[in-house]
Ligand binder design. Structure first.
Ligand SMILES: O=C(O)CCC(=O)C(=O)O
Length: 335
């Protein structure tokens, strides 16, 4: 049995030189991070970062709590799968909850008996009244090409769906159910509002140790990170995780292709957003082209997406000029 080997915050940052020798990765914690620094040091470098003051004006930080959801939305009904399926093969059925009952479970959740995890729920569909509580959205989420109009409907349907802001509510001991990286090679922004959540990350270079599934290569087949079956997954022994705790009010940027999963240390509330733009468009094209098995269609898809990306990046130039003029007028410290 292998316990999770971790590299704590504060370890030295070094690029992986060989998949046989994973090195320690440091997660920077930054405040007053300008967009230009973010773009240069993290977005285009494909490196994670925690920004500690990106949501400082949000009402959600003082308003949202498990009790708030219980009071405001107590009668809301939804179905959720069990937090702990009885066995690897028994997936467990969905059970129906009211928000009132669900929050009781969240408040009494333990490591041994975790509450179910309400996750990946589209915030503006399920809780439209909460929209104002998460404004202004951090500038780092722009430009985002996911909500754009695409002439190919099949492309538009997939990318537009990925643009939704999602909410997560879970209890102590609850966990995201799998190690994965986000689909369409999207970047992920996790904005943590309440409680303490442990993140476990592996850089894309460690993919050979993480057993991507054949049908869904962004999802790992590993049964557990704490007690993995090393007979089935022997290479996992070589993987080196980076773990850290995300605190309320912090934003985590998880770049394209970075494997991640979570475990909650207390009741937790977060939201997430996916972003695709010039920085990861090539990764998106590769991701999409690999999933189309007909070589002619795959090639045509590459051409279409390359042209769509060139057109859109031209439009981003105007956006950059506007934001640069704004940050010249109002330097970060004064906002
Ligand atoms: O906050 C979490 O539990 C993880 C969310 C996540 O990784 C995802 O939705 O892709």
């Amino acid at each position: 049995m292998k316990s999770l080997r971790t590299n704590r915050v504060g370890a030295t940052q070094q690029a992986l030189t060989s998949v046989d020798m994973p090195r320690e990765i440091r997660i920077d914690h930054r405040d007053k991070l300008s967009y230009d620094e973010f773009a240069r040091d993290y977005l285009y470098a494909n490196r994670p970062v925690v920004v500690t003051d990106a949501m400082r004006e949000w009402k959600a930080l003082t308003r949202w709590s498990p009790e708030f959801f219980q009071q405001e939305f107590g009668a809301m009904k939804f179905a959720l799968p069990d937090a702990k399926p009885k066995s690897e093969h028994a997936l467990g059925g969905d059970a129906e909850y009211t928000m009132e009952r669900f929050i009781e479970l969240i408040l009494n959740s333990t490591d041994e008996n975790p509450a179910p995890y309400l996750r990946n729920v589209v915030l503006y569909e399920q809780f439209p009244s909460l929209r104002n509580d998460i404004e202004p959205l951090p500038e780092y989420l722009e430009p985002n090409w996911l909500p754009d109009h695409y002439f190919l409907k099949s492309v538009g349907d997939i990318l537009n769906r990925g643009a939704a802001i999602e909410i997560y509510i879970g209890g102590k001991g609850g966990a995201f159910p799998m190690l994965h990286y986000d689909g369409a090679a999207a970047h992920a922004f996790l904005m943590h509002i309440y409680g303490r959540k442990r993140f476990i990350l592996y850089p894309p270079e460690q993919t050979p140790f993480l057993y991507p599934s054949r049908e869904k290569p962004n999802i790992s087949m590993l049964n557990s990170l704490d007690a993995p079956d090393l007979k089935r997954f022997p290479l996992f022994e070589k993987a080196v995780a980076t773990t850290f705790i995300l605190e309320a009010g912090e934003l985590l940027f998880i770049p394209s292709g970075w494997w991640h999963t979570t475990k909650m240390l207390t009741p937790c509330i977060s939201i997430s957003a996916n972003v695709v733009n010039q920085s990861n468009w090539k990764a998106l094209i590769d991701y999409a082209a690999k999933r189309v098995h007909n070589p002619l269609k795959s090639f045509a898809g590459r051409i279409y997406l390359t042209a769509a990306g060139a057109r859109r990046s031209w439009r981003d130039r105007a956006w950059r000029q506007r934001t640069q003029a704004k940050s010249d007028r109002e330097p970060l410290g004064s906002r």
